[in-house]
Write a protein that binds this ligand. Structure first.
Ligand SMILES: Nc1ncnc2c1ncn2[C@@H]1O[C@H](COP(=O)(O)OP(=O)(O)O)[C@@H](O)[C@H]1O
Ligand SMILES: CC(=O)N[C@@H](CCC(=O)OP(=O)(O)O)C(=O)O
Length: 306
C-alpha cells in the first residue's frame, strides 16, 4: 500500500477503534428503535435507517424496530374520503378507520421496512402486536377537560407477551413490529400509538435502550418559541415537564418515562431526518438528541466507566 493510501485509511480505522469499547459493552443488549412516520421522509433516509439497524445487529446487538406511520395513515384516510381527527394526541379510530390503520401499518409501512432491512440478508421479520398475543389492549378512554371521552378503537396496553419477539431475537432476526393490539375483551383489533407501544415493549423486553426517531432534533425546552434542545434529563425532571408538553411529544415523552422507570437504562429522542442518526447517537459521547435517564443513576460514558 502506498504512503498516501495508508494516510487516508487511518481516520476510518480510528473511527472503528473508537467504537470498540462501546460495541464490547453493548454486545448482546436489546435496543428498541421507534421509527416515526414523520421521520420517514425520503427513500435515502429510510435506506440509511435500515443500514444502521443492520449494522447494530451485525455488531452483536439485538435491535427491535417498532414503526409509526401517522402521516401515511392520514393520507390514506384522506384518499378514501375519511377525516383524520385527533383527541389528546390520539387518532379517533372508527371501525372503518381501523381497517385503514391496519392496512397502512402492517401492509405498507411495515412491509417496506422489512424489505429494506432484508436487502442486507434474511434478517427482518414483520409482525403486529396481534401476533402471538404480543400486545394486548383494552379500549382506551382518555379524560379531556375532566370528562371520559370515547375515541373508538384506540387501545390502552394491558399486557405484553415478549415470547415471539424473544424467539426471533434468539434466532438472530430483527423483529419489525406494527403498533396494533388485540383485545381480550371483545376480540377486536385496536390502534395503539407507536411511541407507547415501543416504550411498553422496551420495558417488557428489558431493553438497554429505547431510541425514538422523529422529525425534530429532540425535546425543545420552549417549543415552539425556541429550538434549544434539552440534552439530558432525569425521570423526575421529565415527570415535572410532562403537563407542559403538547401534541406528538406527549406519548413520546410519556413512553420515555415509562421505559426508564421500568428498567430501561436510557431513552433517547433523536432526529430521524439526519442520515445515520442512530449510529451518530450511539458513537458520539454526548449524543445528538434528548436522553432520559432513571433517577440517581450515573449513565456510563462511551468508555464504559460510570
Ligand atoms: N417540546 C417539544 N419539542 C419538540 N417537538 C415538539 C414539542 N412539543 C410538541 N412537539 C411536536 O411534536 C412533533 C413530533 O411528534 P409526532 O408528530 O407525533 O412525530 P412522530 O411521527 O415521529 O411520532 C414535532 O414535530 C413537534 O411538532
Ligand atoms: C392511536 C394513534 O394515534 N395511533 C397512531 C398509530 C401510528 C403512529 O403512532 O405513528 P407515528 O409514530 O408516526 O405518529 C395513528 O393512528 O396515527
Amino acid at each position: 500500500m502506498s504512503a498516501a493510501r495508508k494516510h487516508t485509511a487511518l481516520p476510518k480505522a480510528e473511527i472503528l477503534i473508537e467504537a470498540l469499547p462501546w460495541l464490547t459493552r453493548h454486545n448482546g443488549k436489546t435496543v428498541v428503535i421507534k421509527f416515526g412516520g414523520n421521520a420517514m421522509i425520503d427513500e435515502e433516509l429510510k435506506a440509511a435507517f435500515a443500514q444502521d439497524v443492520v449494522f447494530l445487529r451485525q455488531a452483536g446487538l439485538k435491535p427491535v424496530v417498532v414503526h409509526g406511520g401517522g402521516p401515511q395513515i392520514s393520507a390514506q384516510l384522506d384518499k378514501q374520503g375519511l377525516v383524520s381527527e385527533f383527541k389528546a394526541g390520539l387518532r379517533v379510530t372508527t371501525p372503518e378507520a381501523m381497517d385503514v390503520v391496519r392496512m397502512v401499518l402492517a401492509g405498507q409501512v411495515q412491509r417496506e421496512l422489512v424489505g429494506l432491512l432484508n436487502q442486507h440478508g434474511p434478517l427482518a421479520v414483520g409482525m403486529t402486536g396481534e401476533d402471538a398475543h404480543t400486545i394486548t389492549a383494552t379500549r382506551h378512554r382518555p379524560t379531556i377537560d375532566g370528562e371520559l371521552v370515547d375515541i373508538g378503537r384506540v387501545g390502552e396496553i394491558t399486557a405484553i407477551d415478549t415470547g415471539a419477539i424473544q424467539a426471533l431475537l434468539d434466532d438472530g432476526r430483527i423483529p419489525v413490529v406494527s403498533s396494533i393490539a388485540r383485545s381480550a375483551d371483545d376480540n377486536h383489533v385496536y390502534n395503539v400509538n407507536a411511541d407507547t407501544a415501543a416504550a411498553a415493549l422496551a420495558a417488557a423486553l428489558n431493553a438497554e435502550t429505547l431510541m425514538v426517531l422523529t422529525d425534530v432534533e429532540g425535546l425543545y425546552e420552549d417549543w415552539p418559541n425556541s429550538d434549544d434542545v434539552i440534552s439530558r434529563l432525569t425521570a423526575t425532571e421529565l415527570e415535572k415537564l410532562l403537563p407542559e408538553l403538547s401534541s406528538g411529544m406527549v406519548p413520546k415523552m410519556q413512553g420515555c418515562l415509562h421505559a426508564v422507570r421500568n428498567g430501561v437504562e436510557t431513552a433517547r429522542v433523536i432526529d430521524g431526518r439526519v442520515q445515520h442518526s442512530i449510529l451518530l447517537e450511539i458513537f458520539t459521547d454526548e449524543g445528538i438528541g434528548t436522553m432520559v435517564v432513571p433517577d440517581a443513576v450515573d449513565v456510563p460514558d462511551a468508555e464504559g466507566e460510570a
